[in-house]
Each structure stands twice: as structure tokens, then as C-alpha cells.
Design a binder for this molecule. Structure first.
Ligand code: FES
Ligand code: FES
Length: 163
């Protein structure tokens, strides 16, 4: 189409070239063009956090960001946080604490928690609630999510930090 442009995206350490409308939202490019379907569509309006990815380490609503705005940024999705087949400490803690029911919010919750623990390795319960309040869980598993983030902080401390 006439208004399409070739855009280079750095996702999970790999460079991808996509030809698309520059105003198209990152969420749709990740899911539909790059097949990274772990990033979920919830509200499409920046209200739920299901579409959270990390942009240069910052949790970001991918449903709101035009793909042209993130050219050159390091984009991390849920598929990109395990290392050499080992789950990230936050992923492991979510499993250990059974911090999911339907799982729809989980990838966004995990990425929000990864960003939180990088900035604040030993968060209080209040800090976890505050920093993750923009991520909505329709199943109401908040208590277990908080326990999982606390457990991830412990696992990360043993492993030398949440990377
Ligand atoms: S789908 Fe992006 S915030 Fe809800
Ligand atoms: S586990 Fe169902 S929305 Fe959170």
C-alpha cells in the first residue's frame, strides 16, 4: 500500500524488517507479523496492561505505540525473557505460586514485574501494588501475583539480580 514503510524492529535480541503502515500499533505487528502471540490484546485502549512489553526496559502498552515510534528501541516480549531454556525467575515464581487462572493477563503481569524488580530488587507489598496497579487481572489473582513477585525477588537475589 502507498503509505507503507519498511521498519526495522529489534525484538528479543533479533532484528526484524517489517513493511507496514508506520501508524500501525506495535501490538498487532508483534502478534500478526512476527507471530509473537504471547503479547495479548485486552482492551486496545491502554487500560488493562495485557499488551505490556518492555521498551528499552520500560513497561509499555504496545496497543498504544505506533510501530514507527519504536524503531531502534530494544523491544522485549514474554518470549524473550527466558535464557538458554531456563525460565526467568519471575516466570518461575508465577508458576510456583500458581499466580494465574485463565492466564490472559499473565505475560503483561510478568513483564511489569520484571521491570519493577530491575528498578527495585526488594519491593514492599505496597510498592508492588502501586507499580503494578495498571495491570488488570479479571480473575482476581492479585494475592497470588503479589506473592509471586515477592518470591521472584528472593530467587533473583540468590541468582544475583533480575536480568
Ligand atoms: S490491550 Fe493494551 S492496555 Fe489493554
Ligand atoms: S489470570 Fe485471568 S485475567 Fe489474570
Amino acid at each position: 500500500m502507498a503509505n507503507e514503510k519498511m521498519i526495522k524492529l529489534k525484538v528479543n535480541g533479533a532484528v526484524h524488517s517489517v513493511t507496514t503502515d508506520p501508524e500501525r500499533k506495535l501490538l498487532y505487528v508483534l502478534r500478526d507479523d512476527l507471530d509473537l502471540t504471547g503479547t495479548h490484546y485486552g482492551c486496545g485502549e491502554g487500560q488493562c496492561g495485557a499488551c505490556t512489553v518492555l521498551l528499552d526496559g520500560r513497561p509499555t502498552r504496545s496497543c498504544l505505540v505506533p510501530v514507527s515510534a519504536v524503531e531502534g528501541a530494544q523491544i522485549t516480549t514474554i518470549e524473550g525473557i527466558e535464557k538458554s531454556g531456563a525460565l526467568h525467575p519471575v516466570q518461575q515464581a508465577f508458576l510456583d505460586e500458581d499466580a494465574m487462572q485463565c492466564g490472559y493477563c499473565t505475560s503483561g503481569m510478568i513483564l511489569a514485574a520484571v521491570a519493577l524488580l530491575r528498578r527495585t530488587p526488594h519491593p514492599t507489598e505496597d510498592q508492588i501494588q502501586q507499580r503494578m496497579q495498571g495491570n488488570v487481572c479479571r480473575c482476581g489473582t492479585y494475592r497470588r501475583i503479589i506473592r509471586a513477585v515477592q518470591k521472584a525477588a528472593t530467587i533473583s537475589a540468590v541468582k544475583g539480580g533480575a536480568k
